[in-house]
Design a protein around this ligand. Sequence first.
Ligand code: CA
Length: 579
Amino acid sequence: MRKSLLSVLVLAAFGSGAANAAVTEAMLENAAKDTKSVLTWGMSRDGQRYSTLNKINDKNVNKLVPAWSMSFGGEKQRGQESQPLVHNGKMFVTASYSRIFAVDTKTGQKLWKYEHRLPDGIMPCCDVINRGAALYDNLVIFGTLDAQIVALDQNTGKVVWKETVDDFKAGYSMSAAPLIANGLVITGVSGGEFGIIGRVEARDAKTGKLVWIRPTVEGHMGYKYDAAGKAVENGVSGTTGATWPGEMWKSGGAATWLGGTYDSKTGLVYFGTGNPGPWNSAVRPGDNLFSCSTVAIDPKTGKIVWHYQTTPHDGWDFDGVNELVTFDMNGKRMGAKADRNGFFYVLDAKSGKLENATPFVKKITWATSIDLKTGRPNYVADNRPGDPAKSADGKKGKSVFAVPSFLGGKNQMPMAYSQQTGLFYVPANEWGMEIWNEPVSYKKGAAYLGAGFTIKTLNDGPIGALRAIDPKTGKIAWEVPNNAPLWGGVMTTAGNLVFWGTPEGYLKAADAKTGKELWKFQTGSGIVAPPITWEQDGEQYVSVVSGWGGAVPLWGGDVAKKVSFLEQGGSVWTFKLAK
Ligand code: CA
């Protein structure tokens, strides 16, 4: 009693600043309207990446100049895919090798830095990247490449809690920004190339204690945790043995590596899931649920309410991790997803019922269309890589040339939705791959692919294109081509603007209605991260992280050779209008 009275008095005396500093569920729910902060990955939890700010607009964006830039320093650089957060005069930005910085938003001065101590032998598939943090209470929370989750004090950078999510030696890692919903920090796992078991898990954001775990491979048991931290069975995901042959579900992949979105109107969190393990589809006949899907989970119960599988029985590494962005259309709450497999899907966000699916890339070889009645792809049987067991020596199945490549029509770079134009802005790529299957068996901590591949260009022209898509029709309203594959995300604003970065190093702005390029700035290294905007002291700011890397240089085959001239880096840039 006495203690709580004291707390009240302390709050009354020093409270207004402290109360404003603590991030609450109400503040996160209001994030889209709060133009002074960027409180979550996606800029709002529905993932729209839309700002109502219009001080910077299509008339004056040509006067945008740097306000400050801060280097991540260190000898190690590599890919920088992070979306910064802004709160209470501080920017929180993660960097390669599981680092996080707090920066003064006004001056760009570093306030503190936390460098996670990474053990030898971490196994990130696709560069040593991190995509951002989450804010809750007085904490800033992020996942690390050795599969830990760390919560730091926003003011000091001191560790408040730290939990091990899983065994990095088995291939688990974490690179996505955590999601906060109703006081829970909700995360996925990376490691789909190592036969891990994908899952979504929720923890008490203040303490890090587990609340529930929901596996995303059909057949695995879900758990809830009681007050003492004891695991209680919470129902199997799907039905054991229904869509996987034999024991294959025990190393089934379906990694939830891009994190999730949340919509309070549906009360659901949405996580995409990656490829089934192994890539060689000949050894796992069946749909292999819940791989290459969007799963909608009730955060209160930790149960899957619906799932929609974009690529059943995937044979091309078409991870279905892409973010489901919820939005209003025709009086309903819908979800849109630009999938790695080349199709743009619009679903009922409450039920998961497919409304529409249209190509957002020019060439797709593995399916002709999506059947809107069944929700399933109309496959091109000849474009599935062959069964090695049917080859002469049993070592290499029939090779096919498939489009898109496994790096996808779209990959990790998040799209944006404008409430002003009603258009989605999708960073898309046109490329293909030679791909063939090989025999493989699961071994802990070893690559679990059973496939060989080379990524190839389709022609001599641009690979990337920023495309504006009308979700009502699936039609492409305009596009801005880009020579290198686009790998950064997009933001759109009520100033009739779309912002995005390019591997060539430019942050660009275009007219959101027409795609006419209005401004660009060279950041000194490739941009593979999404921009943000906020206002402070009456001025609007735009920030983006610069630092070339990610999956393209590592996995990109002939395309990687084409862009090998791009230089690494590691910095955050902030812009405002010249006075
Ligand atoms: Ca994958």
